[in-house]
Write a protein that binds this ligand. Sequence first.
Ligand SMILES: Nc1ncnc2c1ncn2[C@@H]1O[C@H](COP(=O)(O)OP(=O)(O)OP(=O)(O)O)[C@@H](O)[C@H]1O
Length: 256
Amino acid sequence: MIEFRNVYAGYGGGDVLQGLDLKVEDGSITCIVGPNGAGKSTVLRVLSGLIHPRVGEVRLGGAAIHDKSPAAVLAAGIAQVPQHNALFGNLTVHDNMLLGGYILRRNRRAVRRRVDELAEIFPTVAERAHEKALNLSGGQRRIVEFARALMTGPSVLVLDEPTLGLDPKTCQAVFETTKKINSLGTTILMVEQNVRFGLKLASHGVVMERGRALLAEPADDLLRRPDMGAMFFGHGIEDPTAAPQIATASTDSSGA
Ligand SMILES: Nc1ncnc2c1ncn2[C@@H]1O[C@H](COP(=O)(O)OP(=O)(O)OP(=O)(O)O)[C@@H](O)[C@H]1O
């Protein structure tokens, strides 16, 4: 479990996080939503060791991580998928994957074995292995970015606004890839502007406002709250212009 306890943190001009308490259960997909400036991205920066809290603690599996460097946080098992365009376009998919592994390990054989494992899970990694990354479609690129972030074998994957600027088809690839990664045992913590997308994908939802967690509930319950859209986002969260339609096999067959 990841736990933020009474965290105050910011950028020098005052605290953005104002006594944040937050729990991310093992095995969950936890999505943080909230208005602009609520401090959502700051939570991720604190977690990844880019900012250290002025007050409070962040724990992973009971061990304090709030004073660690980004490299140490990665080594502890928390990996982040950059927002987008994170691949080296002129390198092949395979070489991009290798680079993801060399960050932590110099053992070439172990790194190659890990690429093979991930290529079994994500067919794109195998099928496009020798293609330059810049020749992939948006959805394929996202899949490779996610797969590469798994090269270090993290227990937690962090996604910062994974649908930002993406077309609906690529959003669908993000949706399915995230579900797959989670079903294989990786905990996901994400921040998402697209509230409907994020809460449909997540098992747990957290609503942040002014640097604190206002609500923390099962994501389905948050989605059903009639006051959510009006209270925090200025529009109904079922507004089709506010979110792409995400098709899931079990709940929705209307297509993306
Ligand atoms: N690098 C920075 N230096 C100084 N202030 C920052 C920096 N990054 C963010 N802030 C400020 O911290 C506050 C919270 O920003 P943060 O990015 O965490 O919010 P957010 O909830 O993710 O919002 P958004 O959806 O707009 O990204 C904002 O007032 C923002 O201006």
